[in-house]
Design a protein around this ligand. Structure first.
Ligand code: C2E
Ligand code: CA
Ligand code: CA
Length: 890
């Protein structure tokens, strides 16, 4: 055998100059185009690569070509002299040319046996290809086929052009190929042992079908994802992968072989349209996938314009000559591929992680395409990866795209979920804050019990229903007495804890009453009591019988007053209670205010429970009448000053009288001073009223003098009097009018009054003191001041409030308070007066406690001047005369 191991297509001599230029230019152009189009159009090349690497081609070769200027028969061609043929070197690839080319290959079979071979032209898109074999100048084989002809024209039913030939022994053979095509003129030739060819072809098919199968699965899978997720990126991917699949199948020759074998025209059209369609799909997918409209207007616009161009070239493919339109679409491939990749890089630069995968996918294509081109140009050797570079790279690309798509979808979904979660969290937070706000707006900050607002709301809510069932509503206000002592003794924090305990206790007691209405209902507990302010609580009862309700209140209050165990102490709770019944209509605010008005009237000594009456109301018509008539009463001697004696316990003699205002109204009867003094304060009457009282007191002193009684006379002054800088001078003048020494007068000031403007009050008090007028602190223990403050005042006397004195015989706490007050006051040099002495037992106790002076109904009730004089003349107390005027101890 003298056949060389490879079937070479080589030229022995250089072609003629003019022709050479043309051929080379064509060839170069073709190569560039092929390089570009290789991405999609080089299956033939790859197929040839597969065949060529086989080491079984045992035919020596010698190839040359010529361009057919006029139609020639095979016989005429066989006669063309050698010099008219151009020797050729390398693969047959003339790019786009519509000229008819003849190729001549000289083959010699030096063996003694005939060699059957299969001539394979592994580029399935040639329009017409004719093959003639002359053996010893005899035409032994002739075939004509091409994809411009129906498939059944092919000598062998195969996607490539296969021609069975037999090279007879010890002969020279001339193989002629006539090729004419509108596409790229590339004729990858190989001579094969038939069995070998089909064996190789089977594995090539397997790889190709695997490849196409992968594409199909990817398309189907993403189509399913599209239907599941409704994200248009998936459908653009399906479009893209389908285009690539159809394009590759067409280039492999499968579409013609299996689908359009009967319709060469349709096949041609498909080949024309599939390239621009693939380009459209690449652009659409890139725009959708990279979300270019959001990320980069520039790339978005550029790729959109490529879509328009590609679509125009689709139209062009139908109306323009085949040659031109295929060139156009192949040329367009380059900028599209570059732009798509650049857009990926740009988005990657902006930090998009899916753009990274996208760009890597393009790099895979680039590597695949480049290696194919380099291999075709003979710059790198053949290997599986090079030969199947395009399948591998497009396969990898579609896989990576799909992965990137999934990654993007995932990250988008994560972001969406995160955003949703954040939104939900935000709503929760806002709800919590709102709930918190609503809660704190409707609950007391210390006890957490419903507050005034919630209480009013619930009263309003209950009113209609209760009215329908014929019930009356009763608002009950509870005020804890002397809670300040707790504050002072236990500290505020403990006092807060105690307040909560008290709240709970009240709620527990009230919950036993079937009349009590619910204010708030929570999961595990029901609030029946509201914490209105400071030390005031409220609840609401409903019943048809008003008296029953009041009895109920009394019994509840009694139960609430049971001692409370706190920090090892048994604390006894004292309540002042104000009640208010609803009327025809209900305004919870008014009911509550009325309960407050009533509570003001409640008196620990008389009854701690007061029920509101319109007369109590500071804005009632009675009030308004009284307010206007007080002035008239003052101006027209409608007022009286009554006197109540005070007895010195050491000498058991009358040592003083307290002047107390009385007003008997012609219509309303006796108006208590507690009611009209605040009115006088409000209407600017306090100054003339005090002046009137002092004048009366001075007159009374004169009368006492006449009875040889040199007792002191005390009068009450208001906080407003302590604001007058000239008060001391005025007092002295008034006393002077009756010739009474200032030292005979005692002015009683409540500690609260002295506290309102401590500095201003101190000045006035000092001036009074300087004028020899004695000062006494009234109602001691009910205000907020401390002894240390009172020590700074120029006072000589302390009057313990009657609320402490009244029950000292029975109440140990009160007794302790009175005892310590007396002792401390004595230590500080104060005279101690106990008010509200109502019985002998108390007198004896006070005596044993070393109280200096007592005043109260047990001695005498406050009475008119005439009655007082009468009393003085007859009283056992008055009979004892003091040895000397020693009211003051120190
Ligand atoms: P106050 O200065 O604490 O007067 C003592 C009050 O206790 C008087 O009430 C008196 O009637 C009452 N009282 C006396 N002994 C007893 C007793 O044994 N048991 C009980 N339960 N009460 C007793 P009144 O007269 O209703 O005066 C009430 C308040 O009105 C006085 O409290 C005083 O703050 C004010 N007030 C009275 N007159 C005047 C006045 O002329 N000027 C000023 N600014 N306020 C006055
Ligand atoms: Ca007084
Ligand atoms: Ca008093």
């Amino acid at each position: 055998m003298v056949f060389s191991s490879n079937f070479h297509l080589s030229s022995a001599k250089k072609p003629e100059r003019s022709r050479e230029r043309r051929v080379i230019s064509l060839s170069r152009f073709g190569r560039i185009l092929i390089g570009v189009s290789i991405i999609f159009c080089s299956f033939g090349v790859l197929a040839e690569e597969v065949l060529r690497t086989q080491k079984h081609k045992v035919i020596d070769s010698d190839i040359s070509y010529m361009v057919e200027s006029s139609s020639l028969s095979a016989f005429e061609v066989n006669q063309v002299p050698d010099q008219d043929w151009v020797r050729f070197d390398g693969a047959i690839n003339f790019g786009y040319t519509d000229e008819v080319h003849w190729f001549k290959i000289k083959l010699v079979n030096l063996s003694r046996a005939a060699i059957p071979r299969l001539l394979a032209v592994s580029y399935p898109l040639l329009d017409t290809i004719s093959v003639y074999l002359f053996s010893a100048n005899q035409l032994t084989h002739s075939y004509a086929t091409g994809d411009g002809l129906p498939f059944d024209h092919r000598p062998i039913d195969h996607r490539y052009f296969l021609f069975p030939l037999e090279f007879s022994s010890e002969q020279e053979h001339f193989l002629y190929l006539r090729v004419q095509t509108e596409g790229a003129l590339q004729v990858p030739l190989a001579l094969w042992d038939e069995r070998r060819f089909f064996a190789e072809d089977a594995s090539a098919n397997a790889i190709n079908f695997l490849y196409l199968g992968v594409l199909l699965i990817m398309a189907a899978f993403n189509l399913m994802l599209f239907f599941l997720m409704r994200d248009s990126s998936f459908i653009s991917y399906v479009f893209f992968v389908s285009c690539i699949g159809v394009l590759m199948a067409s280039l492999f020759g499968y579409t013609y072989q299996y689908v359009l074998s009967e319709y060469p025209r349709f096949h041609e059209l498909l080949i024309l349209l599939i390239v621009p369609l693939s380009q459209v799909s690449i652009c659409v997918f890139t725009i959708r996938f990279l979300q270019l409209p959001q990320h980069s207007k520039f790339w978005s616009r550029l790729l959109s314009s490529f879509i328009v161009i590609a679509m125009l070239s689709m139209i062009g493919a139908i109306i323009l000559p085949y040659n031109l339109s295929t060139r156009m679409s192949v040329i367009l491939m380059l900028p599209i591929a570059v732009s798509a990749m650049a857009a990926g890089v740009s988005c990657w630069g902006e930090g998009s992680s899916s753009a990274r995968l996208y760009t890597i996918a393009w790099v895979a294509i680039l590597i695949g395409a480049t290696s194919s081109v380099l291999n075709r140009l003979g710059l790198i050797g053949s290997s599986f990866f090079v030969e199947y570079g395009l399948q591998l790279s497009t396969g990898v690309q579609t896989l990576l795209f799909s992965l990137a798509l999934a990654a993007r979808f995932n990250s988008e979904r994560d972001a969406r979920m995160k955003a949703q979660q954040e939104y939900v969290d935000e709503i929760h937070k806002r709800r919590n804050v709102e709930t918190q706000l609503v809660y704190s707006a409707s609950h007391h900050e210390i006890t957490g019990m419903p507050n005034r607002l919630l209480f009013e709301k619930s009263v309003r809510h209950h009113f209609e229903a209760q009215k329908e069932s014929g019930n009356h509503l009763l608002v009950v206000l509870l005020h804890i007495r002397r809670f300040d002592d707790v504050n002072k003794t236990l500290g505020h924090r403990n006092a807060d804890v105690l307040l909560r305990r008290i709240g709970e206790q009240i709620n527990t007691v009230v919950s036993k009453s079937s009349d009590c209405l619910t204010i708030e209902e929570k999961k595990n507990d029901v609030s029946l009591v509201a914490h209105i302010e400071g030390v005031s609580f409220c609840f609401c009862l409903a019943n048809t019988n008003k008296n029953d309700m009041l009895d109920e209140v009394e019994s509840l209050v009694r139960r609430m007053a049971e001692p409370l165990e706190f920090m090892g102490l048994a604390l006894e709770l004292n309540f002042l209670v104000g009640c208010s019944f609803d009327g025809d209509d209900v305004d919870p605010q008014i009911l509550l205010r009325q309960a407050f008005v009533a509570f003001d009237k409640a008196d620990q000594r008389v009854s701690p429970i007061a029920v509101y009456e319109p007369a109590m109301n500071p804005y009632s018509p009675k009030r308004l009448t009284l307010m206007t008539e007080l002035r008239t009463a003052l101006e027209h001697d409608g007022l009286e000053l009554h006197f109540q004696p005070q007895v010195h316990l050491t000498g058991k003699y009358v040592c003083g009288f307290e002047g107390l205002l009385r007003w008997t109204h012609h219509e309303f009867g006796v108006v208590p001073p507690d009611e009209f003094i605040p009115m006088a304060e409000k209407t600017g009457l306090m100054k003339p009223l005090t002046a009137w009282v002092i004048k009366r007191a001075a007159k009374f002193c004169r009368q006492l003098d006449e009875l040889s009684c040199d007792a002191f006379v005390s009068v009450n002054i208001s906080a407003l009097n302590l604001r007058e800088q000239s008060f001391s001078r005025q007092v002295c003048e008034m006393l002077g009018e009756d010739g009474i020494a200032p030292s005979r007068l005692i002015l009683e000031v409540t500690e609260t009054a002295a506290m309102i403007d401590p500095e201003g009050a101190l000045k006035v008090l000092n001036a009074l003191h300087d004028a020899n007028i004695r000062l006494s602190i009234d109602d001691f223990g009910t205000g907020h001041s401390s002894l240390s403050y009172i020590r700074r005042l120029p006072v000589q006397e302390i009057k313990i409030d009657r609320s402490f004195v009244g029950d000292i015989v029975n109440n140990k706490d009160d007794e302790t308070i009175v005892r310590t007050t007396i002792n401390m006051c004595h230590d500080l040099g104060f005279v101690v007066v106990a008010e509200g002495l109502e019985d002998q037992k108390t007198l004896e106790l006070l005596e044993s406690l070393n109280c200096d002076i007592v005043q109260g109904y047990h001695i005498a009730r406050p009475s008119s001047v005439a009655n007082t004089v009468n009393w003085l003349l007859n009283s056992e107390w008055a009979l004892r005369r003091p040895v000397e005027l020693t009211r003051l101890q120190s």
